[in-house]
Design a protein around this ligand. Structure first.
Ligand code: DQA
Length: 155
C-alpha cells in the first residue's frame, strides 16, 4: 500500500466553521472518510497543528515515502523553516490551498514553501486535496515504472 499524509496548518482545524464563504461548510473530519473511500489502496494519514514547529516535527518524523499533501495555511506565506524542512525530506510534498490564493490579498500571492514543493494546487475547495493525491499517485506510478524498466535492462 501507498502511504500519503495530509498535513493541515494553522486554523484549518476550524474548517467548516471558519469563513465558510471562502473555505466552505465541510470539516476535514467529514471529508477524510470520503477521500479514504475513494482511495482504498492508499493509507491516508492526517495531522493538523496550529504550531509551526509541530508541523516540522511531524514531517521529520514520518518521512512518508508516498508523499505529503501540505496545506500550511498562513505559514505558506512566511515560513522559511517549513521550506527548509521540505527540502530535507526524501519524499515529494504538494502545496495545497482550498481557496485560490492568487485571487485574494497580495500577501497571499507569495509562497515561501513553493520552491521546495513538487507542485501546487489551489482554488478547488476541498477537492484540492484529492487533486494533490492524484498528482502524487501519478508520480509514484511513473517512478515505479521507471524502476521496473531499468531493472529489466539489467536482466
Ligand atoms: C489557505 C490560504 C492561506 O492564505 C490562508 O492563510 C489559510 C488557508 C487555503 O487553504 O486556502 O489559512 O491555505
Amino acid at each position: 500500500t501507498k502511504k500519503i499524509m495530509i498535513i493541515n496548518g494553522p486554523n484549518l482545524n476550524l474548517l467548516g466553521v471558519r469563513e465558510p464563504g471562502i473555505y466552505g461548510n465541510a470539516s476535514m473530519e467529514s471529508y477524510l472518510p470520503v477521500l479514504r473511500a475513494r482511495y482504498p489502496d492508499v493509507q491516508l494519514d492526517y495531522y493538523q497543528s496550529n504550531v509551526e514547529g509541530f508541523l516540522i516535527d511531524k514531517m521529520q518524523e514520518v518521512g512518508f515515502p508516498g508523499g505529503i499533501v501540505l496545506n500550511a495555511g498562513a505559514y505558506t506565506h512566511t515560513s522559511i523553516a517549513l521550506q527548509d524542512c521540505i527540502r530535507s525530506l526524501h519524499c515529494p510534498v504538494v502545496e495545497v490551498h482550498i481557496s485560490n490564493v492568487g485571487q485574494r490579498e497580495e500577501f497571499r500571492h507569495h509562497s515561501m514553501i513553493a520552491p521546495a514543493c513538487i507542485g501546487v494546487i489551489a482554488g478547488f475547495g476541498l477537492d484540492s486535496y484529492r487533486l494533490a493525491i492524484e498528482g502524487l499517485l501519478a508520480m509514484n506510478d511513473r517512478l515505479e515504472q521507471y524502476i521496473l524498466d531499468h531493472t529489466d535492462q539489467e536482466g
